[in-house]
Design a protein around this ligand. Structure first.
Ligand SMILES: [Zn+2]
Ligand SMILES: [Zn+2]
Length: 343
C-alpha cells in the first residue's frame, strides 16, 4: 500500500513509500482509513519543527473501519467504525496511573503518525484497541475525522470550564478557536468575541456564522480597548488563547477581568515578555491544555454525532491522498481550516 512517510530528519523528506499493510498484534485493530485530517503537527513535522521519530507514516486525525481485531480484543469487531487519539499512553507511569494519560511521561511513548507508530495517511493502520473509540453507525467518516481536534478543544474547556452567562474571548479563529467557540456557547456563554488578523478574514466569517457576537481584527482595532467597551470596563470572564502568536498570548492578560480565567491552548515556541504580577494582582487563573483525556473523546463523538458541534463547516477541502502537497499548502496558507485526505 502507498503511505505518506516522513523518511528522515530535516526539512521536507516527506514522500510516498510502498509498505505492506501492518501485521497486527493480539491487542491491536487493523483499521481501514476512510478519512484523515491534516493537522498543524503534520506541517511542523514536514518542516522539522516538532518532535517526531522517522521513518514514520504521517497522519493522526482519522476515522476508519475495523477490518480485523487481534485475538485478545474483546470489545471491537470487524465492521466497527472507529477513531482514536494519537498518543498510545504507557498505562504504567505515574501520570497514566493517576488518570492524566495525556501527560504520559514514558520517553519511548508511541504516537500514531509521529513516533514509533505508523499513522493514518495510508490505507491501513494498526491501532491498539485500548485507545480506540467506537463511533456511532450513522456518523459520516469525514466528520468523525474531526473528532481529534474536537476532543482537544473539549479538553481545553475541561481545564478551563465556562460558566453560564460568561463573556468569553477566543484569540485566533483557527480550527481550535472555532471549535472552542461552539463549545463555550453550548456551555452557556452569553457573549463571545473572536479576534484574528486580516489574513483570517474567511475564518472570521465562519466564526460569525457559528454565532460569535463580535469579531475583532486586531490589525485594525485595539482588542484591549474594544473588549473594555464591550464589557463595560470589566474585561472578559474567560479568554482562550488559540492562535499560538506571542502578541495574542500577551493580550490575553490585558483583556481578562480580575479573578478571570485564561486557557492557553496555542504554542508559540518562544518566550514572551510578561510580568507575572498581572496574575498576582488580578488573582487570575491561568491554565494550559495539552492533548486529550478519555472523557474529551466521549464528549467529542457525542456532540459531533448529535450535530451540536458543527464540524462540517470546518472542512474546507477533501482530497485524495495523492494530492497531499496541495492539502498541506492549503493549510499552510490558511486558505483552508481543515483539509481531509482520503487514502
Ligand atoms: Zn492533530
Ligand atoms: Zn504513561
Amino acid at each position: 500500500m502507498k503511505v505518506l512517510m516522513k523518511t528522515a530528519k530535516g526539512e521536507g523528506n516527506v514522500e510516498f513509500k510502498d509498505l505492506e499493510p501492518p501485521k497486527i498484534k493480539s491487542d491491536e485493530l487493523l483499521v481501514e482509513i476512510k478519512a484523515a485530517g491534516i493537522c498543524g503537527t503534520d506541517l511542523h513535522i514536514l518542516h522539522d519543527k516538532s518532535h517526531y521519530v522517522p521513518p514514520v507514516t504521517l497522519g493522526h486525525e482519522y476515522a476508519g473501519v475495523v477490518v480485523e481485531a487481534g485475538s485478545d480484543v474483546t470489545d471491537f469487531a470487524a465492521g466497527d467504525k472507529v477513531t482514536s487519539p494519537a498518543t498510545i499512553n504507557c498505562g504504567v507511569c505515574h501520570f497514566c496511573r493517576i488518570g492524566f494519560t495525556n501527560r504520559c511521561i514514558d520517553p519511548n511513548k508511541r504516537i500514531l503518525g509521529v513516533a514509533r507508530a505508523n499513522g493514518a495517511f495510508a490505507r491501513y493502520m494498526a491501532v491498539p484497541a485500548k485507545i480506540a473509540h467506537k463511533l456511532p453507525r450513522d456518523i459520516p467518516f469525514e466528520e468523525a475525522a474531526i473528532a481529534e481536534p474536537a476532543a482537544c478543544a473539549i479538553h481545553a474547556t475541561e481545564m478551563v470550564p465556562v460558566n453560564m452567562g460568561d463573556t468569553v474571548v477566543i484569540l485566533g479563529p483557527g480550527p481550535m478557536g472555532l471549535l472552542i467557540l461552539q463549545l463555550v456557547k453550548l456551555a452557556g456563554a452569553s457573549q463571545t468575541i473572536v479576534t484574528g488578523i486580516a489574513a483570517d478574514q474567511d475564518r472570521m466569517e465562519i466564526a460569525k456564522e457559528l454565532g460569535a457576537d463580535h469579531i475583532i481584527n486586531v490589525e485594525q482595532e485595539n482588542p484591549t480597548l474594544k473588549i473594555k467597551e464591550i464589557t463595560n470596563d470589566l474585561g472578559a470572564d474567560v479568554v482562550f488563547e488559540c492562535s499560538g502568536a506571542p502578541p495574542a498570548q500577551k493580550q490575553a492578560f490585558n483583556i481578562v477581568r480580575r479573578r478571570g480565567k485564561i486557557g492557553l491552548v496555542g504554542l508559540t515556541g518562544r518566550e514572551i515578555n510578561i510580568s507575572l504580577d498581572k496574575i498576582v494582582e488580578g488573582e487570575l487563573e491561568v491554565k494550559g491544555s495539552w492533548g486529550t483525556l478519555w472523557t474529551s473523546w466521549k464528549l467529542a463523538i457525542k456532540l459531533i454525532s448529535l450535530k451540536k458541534l458543527k464540524v462540517k463547516t470546518l472542512i474546507s477541502a477533501t482530497l485524495p491522498l495523492e494530492q497531499w502537497e496541495k492539502g498541506f499548502q492549503l493549510m499552510e496558507s490558511k486558505d483552508a481550516i481543515k483539509v481531509l485526505l482520503i487514502p
